[in-house]
Design a protein around this ligand. Structure first.
Ligand SMILES: NC(=O)c1ccc[n+]([C@@H]2O[C@H](COP(=O)([O-])OP(=O)(O)OC[C@H]3O[C@@H](n4cnc5c(N)ncnc54)[C@H](O)[C@@H]3O)[C@@H](O)[C@H]2O)c1
Length: 262
């Protein structure tokens, strides 16, 4: 794939997970990257890893900051034609224990933030009578869930509904919008989090891969990135409004593999 005609904003692109995988894949295929992060330092550090990337800072919960970020992008690289709404925060807590501020933070980034960025992205496309393409990042939690994930899961279901509605609304402008639902993406740094529910995180992850996935390999961030690259490319020109789970088969299982024993 040659994506050298694309200028793609990746929100939260300075992380270690899906965002980094998206940047890696788009960089491999020749796209120009605009990497958004919460802090300038993190955005600058991430941008240095790629051939053609510029850093931009904005807290996506702040509408004024998002508007300012788009002005800066316009000045630096002109109109952009790709967007990956990757930035996201998690929350694992029982519903009755969740504070309003925690709920607002998760919705503020995962839903409101994605809407705000999409709003300014679409505005600059329509103002300049040009076409573009949006990829949202959901999760397997948009499809099914587990205890303590009601807030996070509902933000991901929201982003999948947003994807369908936006795809319908913007189809007349030839703007496509699709969604990726990652499963458990492998990152060494996740082991600290996993330690909060199991004493042996490496065993827990291996058990998950063996029993909770159809394919027994770790899902790497770049696996999600390659799907984003495909959805941003003309190879997927007839695909819009869809959510594709990059989950090694997690969401298609009726029974876990340890149950079916094979
Ligand atoms: N990692 C996984 O296993 C996994 C699985 C399913 C879905 N996801 C989704 O993938 C996306 C990326 O998550 P990840 O865990 O891979 O992390 P990531 O490494 O891609 O990092 C996310 C980045 O978002 C940034 N961010 C957070 N709040 C922000 C804000 N208000 N404004 C701007 N940037 C902000 C953080 O600084 C961080 O660098 C999220 O939407 C997440 O829900 C991840």
């Amino acid at each position: 794939m040659d994506l050298s005609h694309l200028k793609v904003l990746v929100t939260g692109g300075g992380g270690i997970g899906v965002g980094a995988g998206v940047c890696e894949a788009l960089d491999n295929f020749g796209a120009t990257l605009i990497i958004n992060e919460l802090t300038k330092k993190k955005a600058v550090k991430a941008a240095k890893k790629y051939k053609n990337a510029i850093p931009v800072k904005a807290d996506l919960r702040d509408g004024k900051a998002v508007e300012k970020m788009f002005k800066k992008i316009r000045k630096k690289v002109g109109v952009i034609n790709g967007l990956v709404n990757n930035a996201g925060v998690g929350l694992s807590k029982e519903v009755q224990e969740i504070e309003e501020a925690e709920f607002d933070k998760v919705y503020g980034v995962n839903v409101r933030g994605a809407w705000l960025v999409t709003k300014y992205f679409v505005q600059q496309l329509l103002d300049n009578k040009t076409v573009g393409n949006i990829v949202n990042i959901s999760s397997v939690h948009g499809f099914a869930s587990q205890p303590k994930y009601s807030t996070y899961a509902s933000t991901k279901s929201a982003i999948e509904g947003f994807t369908r509605a936006i795809a319908y609304e913007l189809g007349k402008h030839n703007i496509r919008c699709n969604c990726i639902g990652p499963g458990m993406v492998h990152a060494e740094q996740n082991y600290d989090l996993i330690k909060t529910w199991t004493p042996d995180p490496h065993k827990w992850v291996q058990d998950f891969v063996d029993n909770q996935q159809v394919l027994h390999h770790f899902i790497e961030p770049v696996d999600c990135g390659n799907m984003a690259a495909f959805l941003l490319s003309d190879l997927s020109r007839s695909v819009t409004g869809q959510t594709i789970y990059v989950d090694a088969g997690k969401t298609i299982m009726l029974f876990n593999r340890d149950y079916v024993n094979g």
